[in-house]
Design a protein around this ligand. Structure first.
Ligand SMILES: Nc1ncnc2c1ncn2[C@@H]1O[C@H](COP(=O)(O)OP(=O)(O)OP(=O)(O)O)[C@@H](O)[C@H]1O
Length: 365
């Protein structure tokens, strides 16, 4: 895609990944009402000690059950949520140092924010109900190509609307968001994000509200546009089969989150076929599309169903209270993500043949 014609000259670190998260925490203080005058606030550890890199044209699908921290991690990755610990870098530039103007800022925060876009589960709420589609889509063009005149803007908008399947564009351009279906609204939201020339789009449950029949179509569209527009994607889903489809077709990775931590990350096919973490196995079991029930038991491969409280997560490996393979060592210490640096990595002692886990007694509670 053509480059914006009004972007400030900046010094970029060409060797640095597009985005790099190092030991990132996001801890929220829970609203306690009047109790806050008497008690220390409860802290939700939404994201805890997460590190990964995202390269150009990369795909990372984040999966995990509701409340495990996927959205918070996604928003932190694109500079919408400030971490309470660790660093998030865009092309080597600490995003929050740029925001605060601390130290030497090579890339201004405004440039970082416009390079990292988001599409939400409910596009209707992010599109201005009082603007026609053509006016909604004119905004990003005015920002990235301020010299473009009205007819050039309209031409770009029409060609993109047709590219995302809204054909003929003239039938859609003058409508208001409420006059579109959910799928059409999501296509407009995707077009608006693409018009910002983004390096990365965070698709936060972007297909969850669509009819099942439209989900694959929307994922295919995002993936086609990914290569055309040279954009990376972080794709968030609570559904492992969607995460698998997106990561596999985008030649990317799946990251599995559990209670604020990344417990496994790896190439889609490998992670699904040969999961290293017992929790990934639970997700696999719970996903009928993956057709693994036939080979396994009808009960979930877990000791307990209850999800622990993120305010007071279990000691050691956070999954140990539910894990069918848990031993005493899992209660005592927390496994780090290990494996090939840019390959398949798992946070479970069972992937380490020499670990003391193997000599420790099974948990009996
Ligand atoms: N602004 C906030 N203030 C306090 N707690 C928050 C805030 N945002 C998120 N949380 C809490 O952080 C945890 C992680 O939330 P998050 O929305 O990131 O999870 P998720 O995996 O995306 O869940 P879902 O799939 O249900 O959206 C949850 O316990 C949530 O209640």
């Amino acid at each position: 895609m053509s480059q914006p014609d009004a972007v400030a000259e900046t010094t970029q670190n060409d060797d640095a990944p597009l985005l790099s998260l190092e030991n990132v925490d996001v801890h929220f203080e829970k609203d306690q009402g009047l109790l806050e005058f008497f008690e220390e606030p409860d802290v939700v550890r939404a994201v805890d000690g997460i590190s990964f890199d995202i390269e150009e044209n990369d795909v990372l699908a984040l999966v995990g059950e509701s409340g495990c921290g996927k959205s918070t991690l996604g928003k932190t990755t694109i500079g919408l949520q400030r971490p309470t610990g660790g660093t998030v870098r865009y092309r080597g530039q600490d995003i929050w140092a740029a925001k605060d103007g601390v130290g030497e800022v090579d890339i201004p925060f405004s440039e970082i924010r416009s390079s990292l876009q988001i599409i939400h589960q409910d596009p209707g709420s992010s599109l201005n109900p009082n603007q026609r589609i053509v006016d909604i889509l004119a905004q990003p063009i005015k920002q990235t190509h301020p010299s473009a005149g009205r007819s050039e803007r309209r031409e770009r908008i029409y060609s993109l609307l047709e590219r995302v399947g809204m054909n003929p564009a003239a039938d859609f351009a003058d409508r208001y968001p409420h006059q579109l279906s959910g799928g059409e609204q999501q296509r407009v939201a995707l077009s608006r994000a693409l018009l910002m020339n983004p390096d990365l789009i965070l698709a936060d449950e972007a297909i969850s509200a669509l009819d099942v029949s439209l989900r694959v179509e929307m994922m295919d569209l995002m993936l086609d546009l990914q290569s055309e527009f040279d954009t990376s994607f972080v794709f968030i889903s609570h559904d492992l089969s969607n995460a698998r489809y997106f990561a596999e077709h985008g030649d990317g990775r799946i990251g599995v989150m559990y209670l604020g931590e990344l417990v496994e990350v790896g190439p889609a096919e490998q992670l699904i076929e040969d999961p290293g973490h017992p929790y990934t196995n639970v997700l696999r079991w719970a996903t009928p599309d993956l057709a693994l029930h036939a080979a396994g038991a009808s009960d979930p491969p877990m000791r307990k169903i209850d999800i622990p409280d993120p305010v007071d997560p279990p000691s050691g490996c956070r999954f140990h209270t539910r894990c069918p393979e848990a031993r005493e060592a899992c209660r005592e210490s927390c496994p780090a993500l290990t494996g090939e640096t840019d390959g398949h990595r798992t946070a479970c002692f069972r992937t380490q043949p020499d670990h003391e886990y193997w000599d420790s007694p099974p948990l009996d509670d």
